[in-house]
Every structure is written in C-alpha cells, then in structure tokens.
Design a protein around this ligand. Structure first.
Ligand code: EPZ
Length: 425
C-alpha cells in the first residue's frame, strides 16, 4: 500500500497549475454517449475515477481511448447497451450513475446497479429517478438495480427538492433528446454543470440557464460530436490555497478561475490572507497570523462542501474559535478524528463542528477516510511538528493527480512511499 510521508513545511511559494476538474470531466464523459459521433475531451486528469468511468463507458459498447500524455479522451458511442445491471464496477464509483440519463435517452431503456452510499453520506438517487419519471420514463427498483424505460422521453416540469448536482446533470442529459421542452427548477448551478451545458450545446443541444436556479432544455432529434477542454479544478485550487494559508506562504495558481473560488477567497481574507487575481494567475499570500473564521457549506455559489475539510485544516492552527456547519452531507467530518490525533482541538455534533486553534500540531500516523478528508490531512500535516504518515491514499488519488509533486514544487516536504519500503524514523 502507498503512503504519504509529510513533514512540517516552511512557507510554500512558487507557481502551480491546476488539472482539469474531476467533477466536470465525469459528467462530460457520460454526455459523449448522447451521440454516435466522435467526441474529444481535453484536459482530462489521470484519476482512478476517470479510469473506472471509461471502463464502464466501454462496457456500454462505446469506443473510448485515453491518451495520458496529451490528457485527451476520445469517445465514439456508435452503439450503446442499456442493461448494465451486471456491471459491478458501476457500484464502485458513484458518478457512473450519470450514464443513466444518456443511455435512457439513446435506447429508451437502461438498467444500472444502484450506487451505494459512501463514508460521507447515504447518497440516494431518488431525485434522479423522479426526474426521469417526469420525462415519461417508467422506473423499477429491484435487486439493487434501477431500471428506466420509455418509448420516447417527453419534456416535463421538474422541481428538485434539493439542488442536487448529479440529479441536475442526469436530468439535463435525459432531456436533451426528448420531445419538447423541459424546465428544471431549484437546479444545481455549480461551475461543473455550466461546463457540461457548454459541452452539450457544442453538440447541438438546447440547454439554457434562465437564472434563479432554473434550467430549460429544448429537446433535439440528434446530437453531433464535439471537442471540449474541461474547466480547471476549483477544489484543487482551494486545496493549494489552504496549503499556502497553513504555511504562511505566497503562491500563484496559474489557471484558477476567480469566479469559481470566490467563497474560498473570501474565507482566506477573513483569516489573514490576501487573494489577488491577475492575468498571471491567482496570487494567494499571507499578511499575518491565521485568525479563526466560520464556514457554512451551501450549494453554489455558497461555500462548497468539497472544500469544508480542507479549510478546517487552517482552523486547527488559527487563533481563536472557528465553527463549521455542513449543510450538504450528513457525515462529512471524518477528518476530525484524524486531525485530533495530530493534536487538533475539534468538537463535532451532527452537522456542526467547533475548532479551537492550537499552538502546536504534532505528526502522527493517520488514514485518509475519504477523498477530501484525505487531502485535508495532507494540508494539516504541513503545519505539524515532525513527520505524519498518511495511509489509504487511494482515496486522495481518486480526485487529485500528482498532488505530492505539485506540493513538492511549492516547497512542501512530502514523499509518496510504499509501506514495505518506508524507513522507520
Ligand atoms: C457531486 O456529488 C460531487 N461529485 C460531489 O463531490 C459534491 O460534494 C456534491 O456534488 C455536492 O456539491 C461529482 O460531481 C462526481 P448531490 P453528487 O447530488 O451529485 C442529496 C468530491 O469530493 N441527494 O448534489 O452525488 C444527497 O444525499 C465529491 O469530489 C438526495 O437526497 O451530490 C446530498 O445530501 C464528493 N437525492 C445532497 O443531495 C438525490 O437523488 C447533495 O448531493 C441526490 C442527492
């Protein structure tokens, strides 16, 4: 098993370039199934989630190639199967449920294993399935699989009880080839959804954001192939911003999109950092000691839940009492127990956490409980005396490509080692 060994690191400095956004790449790869023509997606990072999804896409019958040198994916879905219920890979990676909309659209039939929960929550898909029903599909759930059938999908009016990212994406993809107009109210508006919409409109779709959380989809008969470069990963940007904050650093993120990271920038300025956007990139630098601050996670444009654990790292050494309210997922404080092993002072109660800044963190043996909690442990370890050993880093590598090399280039003391080769200190 691989480990990250992270030592206390001086102020980070230098430049870093973000990879393509995982949460834009995954739905966009699924949208390639909406046409039988070739699509080329650029800026695709070599993540385990990407490899798993490409496997599932190939199992539908589509051709899919990934060039890791150019980071380009080519997909041509001349023929796609509908019954994927035996594909257990699909259970391993939740976002594979996003092939449901395209396959239902293309074949009028789709059957997929229901994605399980994950450490951060039960992750139901009821809003996805209710959306498909509103488009005229008959839904059946049995033996751990969800089946959707429709001779022809028709436009419908959908109100989402929660602005679910995945449900919004799946419904947009199902509505793209339906007859008539679909209106989705209380839709999610994350930048990754805007990127999906941009790609689908390049394919000839008619998807429009009407403002106040409403998305309109005018169904078309056919979609054609298209080329698209995905947006940079805003959560990766937040990760490097937090690394600069916890080490009193001064870094520049070359390709960050300022409009995507405003909540993170606002919180950094509250805790004693400066964030300056310029054509050369986003400069993030320390102007004094870290001060306590509060976070309440919300759907976009609120503070993103995916940055919650990462920003809690900063709170562990920020002077004063910080508070976190996690409104999106029911169990997203798994980083807290691991941070406490490093000397952090964190109390959690349901969806609220209170963090007392401490003068000193000390290195420890910890394990990544999930993707973003794992990234948060790396950030925390940068400020911990001595050395921290982070296990189960496969969680982290689902969402970050070469994170240790990128951090090392900024001056972080981080090594990736195999368990059997690690030297006992
Ligand atoms: C996407 O997950 C992201 N994943 C998540 O990022 C992100 O945390 C999340 O959106 C919220 O921004 C990808 O894009 C691949 P949701 P998704 O549907 O679509 C409830 C990461 O770290 N809900 O917006 O699964 C659900 O239980 C990952 O990169 C229903 O109740 O999130 C949750 O409480 C983690 N019924 C809330 O909505 C449904 O049918 C938000 O879920 C769907 C969701």
């Amino acid at each position: 098993m691989s480990l990250f060994i992270v030592k206390k690191s001086g102020p980070l400095s230098g430049e870093v370039t973000l990879s393509g956004a995982k949460n834009a790449v995954l739905p966009i790869l699924c949208a390639c199934l909406l046409t039988d023509e070739q699509c080329v997606i650029k800026g695709v990072p070599p993540l385990s989630d990407v490899f798993i999804l490409l496997d599932i896409i190939k199992k539908t019958g589509a051709k899919a190639e990934y060039n890791q040198i150019t980071q380009e994916v080519t997909i041509k879905a001349e023929y796609t199967a509908g019954d994927m219920s035996e594909e257990n890979e699909a259970v391993k990676m939740r976002a594979s449920f996003l092939v449901m909309g395209p396959l239902l659209s293309r074949n009028g039939f789709v059957k997929l294993p229901l994605p399980g929960g994950c450490p951060i929550g039960s992750r139901p898909v009821d809003l996805h399935l209710k959306g498909f029903e509103k488009l005229g599909a008959k839904i059946k759930q049995e033996f751990g699989a969800a089946e959707a059938k429709a001779s022809k999908l028709k436009g419908g009016h959908i109100y989402l009880d929660f602005p679910s990212v995945g449900a919004t994406e799946n419904i947009i993809m199902a509505a793209a080839l339906s007859e008539g107009v679909t209106v989705i109210e209380n839709a999610a508006l994350e930048p990754e959804i805007m990127d999906l919409i941009n790609f689908m409109n390049k394919m000839g779709a008619g998807v429009f954001c009407l403002g106040n959380g409403t998305i309109k989809v005018t169904g078309v008969k056919k979609l054609h192939g298209a080329e698209h470069t995905v947006i940079p990963d805003r959560i990766e940007a937040g990760t490097f911003m937090a690394a600069a904050a916890i080490t009193n650093g001064d870094i520049t993120i070359k390709n960050a999109v300022y409009g995507h990271i405003k909540p993170a920038a606002a919180k950094l300025e509250e805790c004693g950092m400066c964030v300056e956007n310029s054509p050369d990139g986003l400069r993030v630098y320390s102007v004094g000691k870290r001060k306590a601050f509060n976070i309440k996670t919300m759907p976009f444009p609120g503070f993103p839940t995916d940055m919650q654990a990462i920003f809690m790292s900063i709170m562990t050494i920020a002077k004063g009492t910080s508070m976190v309210t996690e409104t999106v997922f029911e169990n997203r404080f798994l980083q807290a127990s691991e941070m406490k092993r490093m000397g952090a002072d964190i109390k959690t109660d349901g969806r609220v956490a209170v963090v007392e800044g401490v003068k000193k963190l000390t290195g420890s043996k910890v394990k990544a409980p999930d993707l973003r909690a794992g990234a948060a442990l790396i950030i925390t370890a940068l400020a911990a005396e001595g050395s921290t050993e982070i296990g189960d880093i496969y969680h982290i590598e689902r969402g970050y490509s070469n994170i240790e090399q990128k951090l090392k280039a900024l001056g972080a003391d981080i090594q990736k080692v195999e368990e059997e080769n690690k030297k006992e200190e």
